[in-house]
Design a protein around this ligand. Sequence first.
Ligand code: PEP
Ligand code: MN
Length: 340
Amino acid sequence: MIVVMNYQADKNDIQSVVNRLEGLGFKIHLSEGVERTIIGAVGDKTQINDVALEAMPGVEKVVPIMHQYKLASKVFKKESTIVKVKGLEIGGGKLQVMAGPCAVESREQLLEAAKQVKEAGGTILRGGAFKPRTSPYSFQGLEEEGLKLLAEASEATGMPIVTEVMDASALPLIREYADILQIGARNMQNFFLLRKVAKENKPVLLKRSPSATIEEWLMAAEYILAEGNFDVILCERGIKSFETYTRNTLDLTAVPVVKYLSHLPVIVDPSHAIGDWRFVGDMSKAAVVSGADGLMIEVHPNPPEALCDGKQSLTPENFKKLMKELNIIANTLGKSLNDS
Ligand code: PEP
Ligand code: MN
C-alpha cells in the first residue's frame, strides 16, 4: 500500500504514520519528493484499516496497490530513477551504451575491444568473466583472470564495468572489480541470488528472462528494491516465441510498457535478442525510438574468432557506424548519446 502525505505534512506527521505501520509489521520505504512524501508499506494489508490511517494528521490518501510489485511501481515513485555509476547517469535524458565482448577471452582481445568501444562513444564496458553457457562443454569464462583484465581495461579507458554474477559464491570476488552487477536472463528468478546481489550496494542490471512476463520481471526487480537497493536497471534481451529464425524475439513493446508501469530505467540488448550481427543495428535504433534509456551491445575485435557469441557481435567498424546513426536518432528525439 502507498500512503500519500499531503504537502503540509511535517516530519512528525510522517514519523507517526511510519511508527504506526511498523508497529503493524509493515516494512517501510520512503520516497521524499519536492512537494510531498510518499510512504510505501509492504506487508499484510489485512492488518490495517485504511480509513483510520487516513484520519492521521498529514495523510492525504491511502492507495492500495493492485499489482504485486510495489516499490518498482510508478504509484510508489513518480519520478524516474536515475542510476549513477562513476559519474554516468542511466535513466536521465542521456543514453548510455554498454558495449564489449560477450566474454573476456584474453588481454589483447579485451583491451582492443575496450579501446574501440570508447573511441566510438560507448560509455560502459561489458564483458563476462563467468559465462552461463547452454552447454557445459563450451567456454565458461576466465573467471578471476577475466575480472583482472576488465579492471585493467577500465583503468585504461575510464569506462565502468558491467559483468555477470552467476552465483552468490563468486560475489566476494566480483564485488572487487564490477561497477554494475549483471543478473543474467537465466537467473532472473533466482531469488536467493537477487537478495544477495541487492545487498552489495552497487547498481544491478537485471536481464529479463526469455520466458518472463513483464509482471514477473518487475517482481524480480522488487526483490532487489525490497532489500533497499533502488539502483536497478532493467534490460530487455528477447523472449521466447514461435519464431525460430532469430535467437529470441526482441520485445520492444516492453520498453514503453515498463516505463509506464515503473520508475526504473530500461535498456535493450539487441545482440542476445536477435542473435545475428546483421540485424543488431536496426534493432538498436528501434530500441532508442521505443524509449530505451540505453543499450547493451556485443562488440568483438574479430567476431569470427570469438569464443562466445561471435555471430551476434559487431565489429568495431560496424559499432562505430551504428553509434553515429544512434546519435542522429537520439538528437531527433531531444535526447543525447552519452556526453555528446
Ligand atoms: C550476457 O549478457 O553475457 C548474457 C549471457 O546475456 P543473457 O543473460 O541475456 O543471455
Ligand atoms: Mn553473449
